[in-house]
Design a protein around this ligand. Structure first.
Ligand code: SF4
Ligand code: SF4
Length: 348
C-alpha cells in the first residue's frame, strides 16, 4: 500500500467520511488563505478530510427545543477533527516526514482579526480548510461557500494535516453537489449569504474555476453566529441568539457595531463565542460554546425536500428571548401581533 493510500484509509478508519490529498501548487491561483506556507514554511502537501455529526439532533436544534445539541456537537466534532489530524500527523512522522495537525477553527490572521480595537470587517484563518478540502477532492463549494460532500451535503466539518512529504495528489471533484436552492441564504438571519444568484465570486483551485455567493462582510456572520443577534428582518423567527439588533445593510458600519456589542455588559456575560485561546476552539470549555446559528450548514443536510423541511421548521419555531428572570424562552406572535411564550427552552 502506498503512503497516500495508507493515509486515506487511516482517515476513514478513524471516522472520516472522505479524505484526500492536495499539493501546494494546487493553490497557486487561489486566494491568500490557501497558502499553506503561511502556517508552515516547509509545507508541500495537505491531507484533508471531512467528518459529520449526523442529523438526529437537527429537529431539536432548528425546532428550538434545545441548543445544547449544537453545543455538544460542535465541541465534540472540533476535538474529534483535531484528534484525527494528530493520528494522521503521527503516521507521517513515523514515515520520516514533518507534519502539522491543523487546529480546525477559532484562529485568525493577526492582520485580519477582530482582536483589534476596531476589527476588520473581513477575517481570515491562517489556512482555509475549505480551500484545502476542495483542492484535495474531499468536497466542492455550495452556493453558501460551505464545502459540500456527496451524500452529506454541507453537514460536514473539515480537518487537515500539513506535511513536507511530496504526496501524490488527488483530483478535485468534478461533480456539482449544490442545486442552488438558496435556502442557505434564506435562513441566514444577518443576510451574510447573498440571495442574488448573479452576485457570485470565482475562485481558481487546481486550474478549475469555482463560483459561490459573493458574501457580505465576514463580520456579519461573526456577529450572527457569535450570538450577538439572531432576529430575522421580518421579526418572525430567530436563531438561538437572544440579541435583537437588526444589522445595517452597510458592511462598513459593522466593525463599530461589533465593538458596541462586545462592550455591552449584557453581552460580556452571555455571549462568549468569540473568546478563543491560543489553540482556537480547542481551548474553549464546552460550557462556553454558545453556537447560536450555523443555520446555513444545518439546513443543507439532505435533498431539497429535507432542506425545505428544516427551513420551514426554523421559520415556524418562533423567536428565542430572555425572560425577565434570565431564562431563554421561545415566543411567537399570536394572531393579534402579541408575543406569547410557547415554552422555556432546554438549555442544560
Ligand atoms: S442550501 Fe441549497 S443553495 Fe445552499 S449550499 Fe445547500 S444546496 Fe446549495
Ligand atoms: S452561520 Fe448563521 S449567520 Fe453565519 S452565514 Fe450561516 S446562517 Fe448566516
Amino acid at each position: 500500500m502506498t503512503l497516500e493510500d495508507g493515509l486515506r484509509s487511516l482517515a476513514i478508519e478513524e471516522g472520516c467520511i472522505r479524505a484526500g490529498i492536495a499539493r501546494r501548487e494546487t493553490f497557486s491561483e487561489a486566494p491568500p488563505s490557501a497558502d499553506m506556507r503561511y502556517l508552515e514554511p516547509w509545507a508541500n502537501a495537505v491531507v484533508s478530510f471531512a467528518v459529520t455529526t449526523g442529523t438526529d439532533w437537527i429537529a431539536d436544534y432548528l425546532g428550538k427545543v434545545t441548543r445544547m445539541v449544537m453545543r455538544d456537537n460542535m465541541h465534540h466534532i472540533n476535538h474529534e477533527a483535531y484528534r484525527i489530524a494528530n493520528v494522521i500527523a503521527n503516521r507521517l512522522k513515523e514515515a520520516g516526514f514533518k507534519a502539522h495537525a491543523i487546529i480546525p477553527n477559532g484562529l485568525y490572521r493577526p492582520d485580519h482579526t477582530f482582536g483589534k480595537e476596531i476589527p476588520d470587517h473581513d477575517v481570515k484563518p491562517p489556512l482555509s480548510l475549505r480551500y484545502m478540502a476542495v483542492g484535495a477532492g474531499v468536497g466542492t463549494f455550495g452556493w453558501s461557500g460551505n464545502v459540500m460532500v456527496p451524500g452529506y451535503w454541507s453537514n460536514v466539518m473539515l480537518g487537515g494535516v500539513l506535511t513536507d512529504a511530496m504526496l501524490e495528489p488527488d483530483s478535485p471533484m468534478e461533480e456539482a453537489v449544490c442545486d442552488k436552492c438558496l435556502i442557505c441564504a434564506q435562513v441566514c438571519p444577518v443576510e451574510f449569504v447573498n440571495k442574488d444568484r448573479k452576485e457570485e465570486v470565482k475562485v481558481t483551485i487546481g486550474g478549475r474555476e469555482y463560483s459561490y455567493n459573493k458574501k457580505h462582510a465576514d463580520l456579519r456572520c461573526v456577529i450572527g453566529c457569535g450570538g450577538y443577534t439572531g432576529i430575522s428582518k421580518n421579526g418572525k423567527w430567530s436563531s438561538w441568539s437572544t440579541g435583537r439588533i437588526i444589522l445595517s445593510d452597510e458592511d462598513e458600519k459593522l466593525p463599530e457595531i461589533l465593538v458596541q456589542l462586545r462592550n455591552d455588559p449584557a453581552n460580556v456575560a452571555t455571549n462568549r463565542n468569540l473568546a478563543f485561546g491560543k489553540r482556537g476552539v480547542l481551548d474553549r470549555p464546552r460550557e462556553n460554546v454558545k453556537v447560536t446559528c450555523n443555520n446555513c450548514m444545518t439546513v443543507c443536510s439532505g435533498p431539497l425536500e429535507v432542506r425545505k423541511k428544516w427551513m420551514n421548521l426554523l421559520f415556524d419555531s418562533g423567536v428565542v428571548e430572555l425572560s425577565s428572570d434570565g431564562r431563554e424562552v421561545v415566543t411567537r406572535l399570536d394572531e393579534n401581533g402579541k408575543e406569547a411564550v410557547i415554552r422555556a427552552a432546554q438549555i442544560q
